[in-house]
Design a protein around this ligand. Structure first.
Ligand code: CTP
Length: 397
């Protein structure tokens, strides 16, 4: 969920500030863009240089930078999708609660229209103090969201509540918070994508030209809508952008079948976009085939139909398949929709210019089980993926 999100990280001066190096790394790993604004005393616990290197951005320390240029706090707030303040000390909390503005972090808070999420960190008794509790209530009433402090050993040596939430837990909190308002929040989605390789001997295989692009774009589009996505991916050189997507690699139609039928039980939505080989060699030849005859005949047998099997296993899942055809697109696709017990089928042409395998664009027709047929224009696969996901969201409503 943090993928491509802009996070303004405000750091106030508490010992937990040292954990911000790790926090920034985790945010960057999740695909977020990070800018740091920190108070002067935060600099006693972690250096701006460390944070600047890790965030890949200059750290904002004051209203004016070293060249006497004004750091515009309003722009900072406008830039951010989320203003995360971690650690939030009792001092900065009190100033936030009372509208004080004697540093750039506070100025950014006061002018920020986006969500502010704070992770308090203070000693046991400070955290329990009536004034702290009152200040927390106050900033909640202004719309600020609190990541509760955790219990454990504190810098003072005391043990109790007051530790800043661990960076991993802050990331979890942010992910949950950002996805909670999205239409596919808590929905489990499985997407399969890419070609399959059917081994002939240890060095050769039967494959196809699928790049996996369409299915990978779909996985990204589902994750963007808050879904928990597992991508079962054949031999493709590409990977999804969204780091929250769980990728399981497979090679053959048999492996695809095994994994997908397992995952399907716990799915809400399953999309089969993989270009599965329809036939595989009847027997795997153990040693490399030598070139000692003029002709070579391979006996092939049908692979297992994963999508067909999911259609048989289907309970309340929404099941979506693809149909890649060279002719009679709608007729063949409608037949597959019925035969494989699907809810939706995405029909695309293998021969139309700009459609099908190994290109960046696609032109699809969506047919659902109520015989509704919707045609889409030729678009980039990432946009097609969004169209498909939006269609599915409306369909499952
Ligand atoms: N599919 C599958 N397992 C197979 C073959 C296909 O899961 N062994 C799935 C594909 O992922 C796709 C759908 O079935 O979602 C339709 O695939 P397609 O190749 O268009 O059709 P087939 O069912 O293979 O039939 P045909 O090749 O005769 O058109």
């Amino acid at each position: 969920m943090l993928h491509q999100k802009k996070i303004l990280l405000g750091i106030s001066g508490g010992i937990a500030a040292y954990k911000c190096a790790h926090l920034v790394r985790l945010l960057i790993k999740e695909g977020a863009e990070v800018k740091v604004v920190m108070t002067k005393s935060a600099g006693d616990f972690i250096t701006p240089k460390t944070l600047s290197v890790l965030s890949k951005n200059e750290v904002i320390l004051d209203f004016f930078d070293a060249n006497n240029n004004w750091n515009n706090h309003v722009h900072l707030g406008e830039w951010a999708d989320v203003f995360l303040i971690a650690p939030l000390t009792a001092n900065t909390l009190s100033k936030m609660a009372n509208g004080a503005c004697d540093n750039i972090l506070l100025a950014a808070y006061l002018s920020c229209k986006t969500k502010t999420i704070v992770a308090p960190a203070m000693d046991l008794d400070m955290y329990k103090h009536a004034s702290t509790l009152q200040n927390i209530e106050k900033i909640i009433s202004y719309g600020t969201i609190i990541i509760p402090a955790e219990t454990g050993e504190l810098a003072s040596g005391l043990i109790g509540e007051g530790r800043m939430a661990e960076p991993e837990n802050i990331i979890k909190f942010l992910n949950n918070h950002l996805s909670a308002s999205l239409p596919l929040y808590q929905k489990k989605v499985m997407v399969n994508a890419g070609p399959t390789y059917e081994a002939i001997d240890p060095v050769r295989f039967i494959g196809n030209r699928s790049s996996g692009k369409m299915g990978i774009a779909l996985a990204d589009a589902f994750a963007q809508m808050g879904a928990e996505v597992t991508l079962v991916l054949g031999p493709s050189a590409l990977l999804p952008q969204n780091k929250s997507i769980k990728v399981l690699r497979i090679e053959s139609a048999e492996e695809l079948f095994e994994i997908c039928t397992q995952l399907f039980k716990d799915c809400n939505i399953a999309v089969c976009s993989a270009a599965v080989a329809d036939y595989k060699p009847k027997e795997l030849i153990i040693n490399k085939i030598k070139k000692n005859s003029e002709e070579l005949n391979l006996e092939l047998i049908k692979t297992k139909d994963t999508l067909g099997q999911l259609g048989k296993l289907k309970k309340d899942q929404c099941l979506i398949g693809f149909a890649l055809e060279t002719n009679d697109l709608e007729d063949y696709a409608s037949q597959k929709l019925k035969n494989k017990n699907l809810d939706i089928i995405i029909a695309n042409s293998a021969i139309e210019k700009g459609s099908g395998f190994a290109v960046n664009t696609n032109k699809v027709t969506i047919i659902d089980k109520h015989n509704k047929i919707t045609n889409f224009e030729l678009k980039d696969k990432s946009v097609v993926a969004k169209d498909i996901v939006n269609y599915i969201i409306e369909f499952i409503k």
